[in-house]
Design a protein around this ligand. Sequence first.
Ligand code: PLP
Length: 798
Amino acid sequence: MELTKEQFIRDFKDQLHRDFIVKINESTDEERFLALAHLIKKYISTPWLERRHDLVEEDVKTAYYFSIEFLPGRMLETNLLNLGILDLVEDAFKDVDVDFSDVVNAEKDMALGNGGLGRLAAAFMDSLATIGAPGFGNGIRYKYGLFKQKIVDGYQIELPDAWLGTDGNVWETKKPHSAVEVKIYGKVYLYPNKEGNFEPFYEDPTILRAVPYDIAQIGFQNGVVNNLRLWDVEIPESEEDKYRTIEDRRKIEDITNILYPDDSSYEGKSLRLIQEYFMVSAGLQTIIKNYLKTGKDLKDIHELVAVHINDTHPALAVPEFMRILMDDYGVVWEDAWNSTVKVMSYTNHTILAEALEKWDCNLFKEILPRIYQIVNEIDSRYVEEVSGKFPGKIIENTRIIRNEKIHMANLSIIGGHSVNGVAKLHTDLLISDVLNDFYQIYPEKFNNKTNGIIVRRWSQISNPLMSDEIDKLIGKEWRSDIHQLKNLEKFITDEKVLNEFYEVKKENKKKLAAYVKETQGIELNPDAIFDVQVKRLHAYKRQLLNLLHIIKLYWDIKDNPDIDMVPRVFIFGAKAAPGYRFAKSVIKLINEVANLVNNDESLQDKLKVVFLPNYNVTLAELIIPASDVSEQISTAGKEASGTSNMKFMMNGAITLATLDGANIEIKDAVGDDNIVIFGMNTDEVYDHYEKHDYNARKLYEENPTINRVVNTFIDGTILNSQSEGQEIYDALIRHNDEYFLLEDFESYVNAQKYINDIYRDKIRWSQMALNNIANSGRFSADDTIRLYAEEIWNIKHN
Ligand code: PLP
């Protein structure tokens, strides 16, 4: 946008004056942040307002991305960057003597998501606007985001994240005039009407008022502003009399209160089902109303509308779309179904059996009586359609209602035209294994869309030093065309350049070290290897394997204090789902091992372990630029894609990885010499499943190193963790080590030795790092979303 620094300073002073009646030098950082955010909203109000009107007027097909999670983190810098005024604002703040970073830090981290899935949804919002595509988000305005994690005596404590405060979210705008009603519970009877169709009659439903809050999604320097719509619940005025006590009202308000803090596992709570229906129904009602403004026939709605189901949580979009078309607008079943399948598409995010969402029929029927009828009908028609054409077993495995449960993935696949996995390996596994029955029926629906990241956030915003260094070498064009990073390969043998990148990394490590010192009181040596594993805590992600190796190093140094090794700092960040006992025990053990190691002077600072509490996007932006080693060590075949792996490589960390998820594509991008791979591949893992021949106890008994490391959990070496240590021991030995840590242990130890050796060769290490940076452009979410736009939604983009 066109703006001079002088004009900005005038606008900003005016805004502060009007909002808070203060002068700049008297204002707090929070007031400055809020005034700046208000000013940004003012700058974009016209394109934001006109976007939707233009799309309706010009009959442009629009995609709606439905997701129960959006994890944008802070938005101030991204918004300024995308408007093209980040540098100008930073400069202006210097002129008026305000520290810009303090203003940035005044923003709360918007954490309406658990991890990768929610972060991807937020990334796609930025990318859709950036490629100029008509793509809007639809989700829930949780009053409490993902819990805040504190560590007390080594244990995870969860605190509520009341991120909205008393004044709400500065980026949102409430739109009461666009509120709609959503019905749940009650009974539904179908009566034949004059046209011979059935019309539903609702007896005693609970009626909810869904009120939208819109958040602008600003494209990167292209004037486009899309919309993310988050729904909040209210009691409709007409229903006020029914809710006389605070308790009664709370039952309704609870619907949008909390984000379920589970990652990679499914929890069958009725409140969650209501959340899912609430956001889907409100979103679809609005989409259909907007479509009707074009004056077109409803049976052609698929020509202008695409709805994406991000994981199965919004899968009720399928029956709800049918319901609205049929019950509210009188479209006949066949036409409604034809449109529904063409409108809907679905992304699968997991192959873990425990994460596949299914609902008990009785609960479902009670909460969503009309939707249950429709799902039943979809299921019977599906069975009828495929009967005789496919073996009975395949039909049984793929139907929606089975064993008194509604299978949400099956509903999403049958009710849509596209199913995609999120990395090549993941899609291959869906096709060959998890969803193979469906693949036999609908091969044409399957496709891959490897995840991507917002490259601007993970370079320009989070790593300004590296970005300046890149500018010096290849000019600034890479900031708008990320593929130009490839030009960095020219410098791969230039020692001066390599040294400069090494120094940039060191500066970032010092910055992180200062944060660690301030928050944890632990002193870190910036010449040590910063070895980082930050992600949700889950058994399949194998933080425990990392810890086993740390314990091995501990014993190595204890046995031989003169051991020649590069000092190593292991950094963890990870939230565990509050009910996930094993994961919480791993956190406790990491913290107790950290106490053991960090307080043992005989280790001479060769080993440090840091657990940084409350890992979130903001912390990721500090940690990732300071990392030397990126730990991506999940059991092969378990991590659908990963996205932090891409962020680390973009910041010049070397990936230490199994052949899992997008690690494989990172390996293809950087070449075998610039990544460190270890462990079993998927075939080897599957081979164990088939042969049932894995024997963790044997490895434990026969391999003295494994024996000693595992015994450390139960022999009293690690203090204050007797029961957790026993639990971990049992998981590994008595319950046969479900994720094959012990099998991969030796290979992991060797890979870590290799890392130690190459780190000593500063030039070689820096070459690997630069190669990673140069080849990270291919993981841009802008490119990923272009493929969604072209191959799934059929929407236009620039
Ligand atoms: N959590 C947060 C806060 C993130 O920023 C990210 C990705 O950057 C993730 C989780 C996902 O990490 P991973 O891909 O390692 O699972």
